[in-house]
Design a protein around this ligand. Structure first.
Ligand code: KG4
Ligand code: ZN
Length: 817
């Protein structure tokens, strides 16, 4: 028998405007945490730049070595969405690199605990600011033994809460804004008790240890992937969608969703096998929140599946507008896959989120689609929403005689809790099953995981006779989260990419017609551990070693700009946490520079001077690469990006999102000279672009034709629009090549996937005797391999970022960092 386990625990929270840090000493025998140090600092919206500096300073001040820390605890909200994500992403990075357990603690519980510690007794209402005139309330009863919480997390209008609130004490930063409203609800606790403290976090952790929900020495239970924020709200886009879908309006049927199969066909062929092996749905089934227009279909299927306990259409319709209900449906494509409208409803599931609990009300699958993973996928979607709304567990009733269903739920980790006698109308008993919301260790939030790097046929420098790779130093892991792909890659000193992993969120954004920033940020938090772990695991396999650990690396790299700032923040906070914990240097990479370096994947000997065209959903620019690291932006767009124009035009044409692949696909059958769309800036004499006029011209054309009663030939519109884009792109590239004298031309960004554009460049470069590099499609779109390639150069130049590094929405290529 070994002695008692000991060590330190690190706890922190940045859910509010305060950075709270606590360091405690764990005593395994008594399950108590002794306070070693605590610190609270005003964050002033700078949590990401200050958090690690503060943690580092506090540890040093108390001479605590990083390797004596056995557990990490972080606040999981509710609070500011970004604040919670900074806290959690940093904590995930630290815990992953240290290989210690990570647990999330309610931010509000920690506030109640510090009230306890300050000697307050009786009832206490914590009212945390939720912005938009709303608050996160939580009620507790405090006595000498500790705190007891009443009710789960939720969000409510401050005014509404104020009319009913009454407690012996009030606390929480909501009082700063809405103090007036709560003046008669009870005395206010002293203001320093309104926000989290290090001591409160440690006390909350200690209580969780004693009740068994935190096991500070159990790395399996404390898998950092499992820890997720409490938001209590869906994103605005999802909330608005629910409201829209709950109304029975025929236009709800047009969602712009393309059947999954179609989208997949347009992806890079190199990835197809990986995609097929991932969680992709081979039936081409599409999943969407249930809308009122399909309520009758649900009732019909209910009748077939549930017999006399079937719900009526009215019952289903009544469910949809409630904010605490989550309903999803699955549709099998019928008819032409080009029409962006899935047709047959084949399965549905509905649940009620109440008191931190998802109660599954209904789940039904058409008989011909059973055993194809549809129910599992629907439950995962319910669970994901329920998690965002603050639920941790789920339960459901199943017929006592339905053994098959019971074993299915058992396989998802649920257990039979008891029976409800004669629950069903035919007198059969129900078995109550309950368990944690389903979440796998490498859960990447239901995204398709695309993996490169474990192809045994690909030979790279450093590969040995047995096929394994002998990695050269330095070994760098790079992370990319600037938009809607969570990606990780490992590169070695010889420039060999040992793994490239991408979890694409496209399915979560498609039905909104574009990337929803709040959803993107949430998905990055969910996927970041799984994606980086997979990146390390694939690289290890490639090198023929059992594993590569964070401490085996020589640096951690991350995209810090430009992009969606809330999305970038997740990658930056995670990378900083991991780099700091493993004692590695941090490398910040400009995303645009990554796209330029991606050309090295196709043409390793590509050498400046060269001209690069970056064309994506967010960028349109021509860059003169004078040498690696020395860039001049020759021109960029004055308004829309090229990909954006494709997406907007496709939306108007009802082709779905993303628009680029949809347009280029039907353009093949159209006449590019059919309609003479404007070629803006073609003769401007400079290298700038403008695309909003073209987009408007297409929209006007379609409206005019429709108004005149003429049929719009979509294929011709697509081909003519695409040709107008290409003519300008190619002309400007020709000017740029002549102006710079460069003999290399290459591409980056998602639009580089456009076949007609690629062909046009082939012709141009042949004529100008310039070498053309067209990177493989997977290297054109966002990935971490390109970030790793830049990072390798930065490592050699010893250019590193500090712990105060932050994410930036905007950054030019020419910016010096
Ligand atoms: O680089 P990317 O994956 O993401 C960023 O925008 O950063 O690029 C996505 C963009 C989308 O706007 C999409 O419509 C466009 O690239 N795209 C295309 C094609 N495939 C993707 N545009 C035109 N033709 C295509 N075949
Ligand atoms: Zn990009």
């Amino acid at each position: 028998m070994g002695g008692a386990l000991a060590g330190y625990i690190l706890a922190f929270d940045t859910s509010n405007e305060v950075i709270a840090i606590g360091i405690g000493q764990l005593d395994d025998a008594s399950k108590t945490i002794g306070l070693v140090a605590a610190r609270e600092v005003e964050a002033h919206r700078a949590s990401n730049t200050q958090l690690l500096l503060q943690i580092d300073a506090l540890l040093k001040q108390h001479s605590i070595a990083k390797d004596s820390l056995s557990c990490v605890v972080c606040g999981r909200g509710p609070g500011s969405f970004t604040g919670v994500r900074i806290c959690m992403a940093t904590a995930k990075g630290i815990a992953s690199a240290w290989e210690v357990p990570l647990y999330g603690i309610s931010t509000l519980d920690s506030i109640a605990w510090q009230a306890w510690e300050a000697g307050l007794r009786g009832s206490i209402a914590v009212v945390a600011d939720a912005m938009r005139k709303e608050v996160y309330p939580a009620n507790y009863v405090i006595d000498d033994n500790g705190i007891r919480r009443l009710g789960a997390d939720c969000v409510i209008k401050a005014e509404e809460l104020a009319t009913e609130a009454s407690a012996d004490w009030l606390a929480g930063d909501g009082l700063k804004k809405y103090g007036g409203l709560f003046a008669s609800a009870g005395p206010f606790a002293p203001e320093h008790l309104w926000t989290p403290s290090g001591r409160g976090l440690l006390l909350a952790a200690q209580a969780a240890w004693q009740d068994g929900s935190v096991e500070p020495f159990d790395v399996v239970a404390g898998n950092p992937s499992f820890v997720l924020p409490v938001y209590t709200r869906l994103s605005d886009a999802e909330e608005n969608e629910r409201i829209r879908l709950s109304k029975n309006d025929p236009k709800n049927l047009r969602t712009g969703v393309q059947p999954e199969k179609v989208r997949r066909d347009q992806r890079a062929t190199a990835r197809d096998t990986a995609i097929e092996n991932a969680q992709a749905d081979d039936e081409g089934i599409v999943y969407r929140p249930l809308d009122a227009a399909h309520a009758a279909d649900v009732a019909f299927l209910e009748g077939q599946v549930m017999g006399s306990d079937a719900w009526t259409e009215r019952q289903v319709l009544d469910e949809l507008p409630s904010k605490d209900r989550v309903w999803w449906a699955a549709y099998a494509p019928e008819g032409s896959p080009d029409v962006g409208r899935p047709s047959r409803l084949v399965a549905y599931a509905g649940g009620w989120v109440v008191d931190g609990h998802l109660q599954v009300l209904k789940i039904g699958v058409a008989s011909d689609l059973r055993r194809k993973g549809v129910a599992r996928r629907l439950l995962a979607l319910l669970a994901a929403d329920a998690r965002d709304l603050g639920a941790k567990e789920m339960s459901l009733e199943v017929r006592a005689g339905n053994r098959e269903a019971q074993s299915f739920y058992q396989a998802l980790g649920m257990e039979a809790l008891g029976q409800r006698p004669r629950y069903y109308s035919d007198g059969e008993d129900a078995v109550i099953m309950q368990g944690a919301l389903p979440l796998a260790a490498r859960d990447v939030a239901g995204m398709e995981l695309q993996v490169e790097g474990d192809d045994p046929d690909e030979i790279a420098p450093g590969d040995q006779a047995d096929g394994s790779h002998m990695p050269a130093t330095p070994l760098i892991l790079a992370i990319e989260t600037s938009c809607d792909e969570t990606a990780a890659a490992v590169i070695d000193g010889g420039g060999a990419l040992l793994s490239e992993v991408v979890a694409s969120q496209i399915d979560f954004h498609a039905r909104f017609g574009g990337v929803v920033p709040e959803i993107a940020s949430r998905k990055h938090v969910e996927a970041i551990c799984g994606v980086t772990e997979e990146g390390l695991a694939v690289a290890a396999r490639r090198c023929g070693v059992p594993r590569i650990r964070w401490r085996d690396l020589d640096a951690v790299a991350v995209t810090y700009a430009p992009g969606l700032v809330g999305a970038l923040v997740v990658g930056v906070a995670f990378a900083k946490g991991a780099a700091w914990a493993a004692g590695l240097p941090l490398i910040g990479v400009n995303h645009l520079e990554g796209h330029i370096y991606a050309n090295k994947i196709a043409t390793p000997d590509i050498t400046p001077p060269m001209v690069v065209s970056l064309v994506s959903g967010g960028h349109t620019m021509l860059v003169h690469v004078k040498e690696w690291g020395a860039y001049e932006t020759l021109g960029s767009t004055l308004d829309d990006a090229v990909g954006e124009a494709f997406d907007k035009v496709a939306k108007v044409m009802g082709l779905g999102y993303p628009g680029g692949p949809a347009i280029s696909k039907i353009a093949v059958q159209g006449d590019p000279r059919a309609i003479d769309f404007p070629r803006a800036m073609l003769h401007s004499g400079d290298l700038r672009f403008s695309l909003s006029g073209l987009k408007t011209a297409v929209i006007t054309y379609i409206h005019n034709e429709e108004a005149a009663g003429r049929e719009v030939k979509k294929t011709d519109v697509a081909a003519s629009f695409q040709q107008a884009v290409i003519d300008v792109q190619v002309a400007k590239v020709e000017t740029a090549l002549k102006q710079t004298g460069a003999k290399e031309f290459c591409l980056g960004g998602g639009v580089a996937a456009n076949p007609a554009l690629r062909e046009a460049y082939e012709a141009l470069c042949e004529r100008l005797h310039v070498r053309l590099t067209l990177p493989p499609l997977y290297a054109c779109t966002d990935n971490a391999g390109m970030i790793a390639l830049v990072a390798l150069d930065r490592f050699h130049a010893q250019r590193f970022f500090g712990l105060d590094a932050d994410a930036h929405a905007h950054a030019n290529l020419d910016d010096e960092y």
